[in-house]
Design a protein around this ligand. Structure first.
Ligand SMILES: [Cu+2]
Length: 387
């Protein structure tokens, strides 16, 4: 019986009305072959579907939290900057705040608020009217999502949790009776510039998966280009930051919607007793990293929290104090020396909150290989070889 059910279900997903696929996949964030990092976008950002179809958002896990958030309130508040938004979505560069953006931000739940993770934004939510949206950062009353029909004031996937390489998906089911139209969606952590549009059409053209994949790759490559230009300069030693780097970026990439999370070079060679210094472009240095250090934690009742422990320095290493800048004034750069390290003493981390240009030094006192990582960015790894 179970097997029959599976076969029927997969036949249904393979052939729907008109013979096209019933599920179309959009990449959320993007994994490049060339660098560890993340791209804050949906690839591609346009898709056309029939009522009754499913848009599957498949997230590449890069350590960044994303949501798929839509509804009439979203469309309404985005109206003043919709023309600018199209340009932003097509270039992936946000050089200035579009008109009316503040009202958009203020009028919708943001993933992070002053107290940490805002449960209204971080959990699944459907609010038929604006009045149904909690204003006290608690989770929405309705967290089980019915198919989207286009009349909801607010409808959100909430945090799409890490669920293995083939997981991390959010299925947006479009109701059979959904109103035809174009629906804007966005990520409530990264804001409207990480967004896209779903066109629900009864008789117009429906997207084809192969074309979506091609277009998605094209958009991701375009977004990555500005980041890669900087990264290549860093690898060639032509960057504004010199020496060993933790992270990537300069004025050219600061407005790009993404980040390259790499140590440059990935392998550093040092002699016993040599002091190794990194320039931190944000990021973190962690040695003897625990096997599992989740960035976000979802408790059984659905509460989403940021793993604050990762922010703090550990193993007696000095961190950055104060961690964050005063509003407006860039913080003074610091240069901190962690002293001698021979690989013992368990997990060591210098915490987070570093300002681009800060320096951090460690003196290696014993031969060996010292793998290290940025504890908040998966895939950001390096090695110090001490001989
Ligand atoms: Cu996001």
């Amino acid at each position: 019986m179970v097997l029959v059910g599976v076969v029927v279900a997969s036949m249904l997903s393979a052939c729907g009305s008109g013979g096209g696929a019933r599920t179309l996949t959009i990449q959320t964030d993007y994994a490049s072959d060339e660098f560890a990092g993340s791209l804050w976008g949906f690839f591609p950002n346009q898709v056309a579907v029939r009522p009754g179809m499913t848009v599957r958002f498949h997230q590449t896990w890069t350590g960044e939290a994303h949501t798929v958030t839509l509804g009439t309130r979203v469309t309404e508040l985005a109206a003043p900057f919709r023309p600018q938004l199209s340009r932003i979505l097509s270039t992936g560069v946000v050089s200035e705040e579009p008109p009316g953006y503040q009202a958009f931000s203020d009028g919708l739940p943001l993933f992070f608020n002053e107290a940490g993770v805002n449960q209204t934004a971080a959990q699944r939510c459907v609010a038929p009217t604006v009045e149904d949206l909690p204003t006290d950062a608690t989770a929405c009353k309705r967290r089980k999502l019915p198919p989207f029909n286009g009349t909801e004031a607010y409808y959100s996937s909430g945090f799409i949790p890490f669920d293995g390489v083939r997981g991390n998906t959010f299925d947006l089911k479009i109701a059979e009776d959904a109103n035809p139209g174009t629906y804007l969606y966005y990520c409530n952590l990264h804001g409207a510039p990480m967004g896209g549009e779903i066109t629900v059409t009864k008789d117009g053209d429906v997207s084809k998966q192969a074309a979506l994949n091609r277009q998605g790759k094209k958009e991701a490559d375009r977004l990555a280009k500005v980041l890669l230009d900087v990264y290549r300069d860093e690898k060639a030693g032509k960057s504004k930051y010199s020496g060993n780097l933790a992270g990537s970026g300069d004025e050219r990439s600061v407005n790009a919607f993404g980040a390259i999370n790499e140590f440059t070079p990935r392998t550093i060679h040092a002699k016993v007793g040599e002091k190794v210094t990194w320039t931190l472009i944000g990021h973190n240095l962690s040695f003897n990293v625990p096997a599992y250090a989740p960035i976000y934690i979802v408790t059984p009742d659905g509460t989403v929290t940021f793993n604050d422990a990762l922010r703090r320095p550990t193993g007696g290493w000095p961190g950055r104090t104060p961690p964050l800048s005063d509003r407006g004034t860039p913080p003074r750069l610091v240069s901190i020396d962690a002293g001698a390290f021979d690989g013992s003493g368990g997990s060591k981390s210098n915490g987070t909150g570093w300002t681009p240009g800060d320096k951090y030094s460690i003196t290696f006192t014993k031969k060996g290989n010292y793998p290290y990582a940025c504890i908040v960015h998966p895939g950001m790894i390096g090695k110090v070889v001490v001989s």
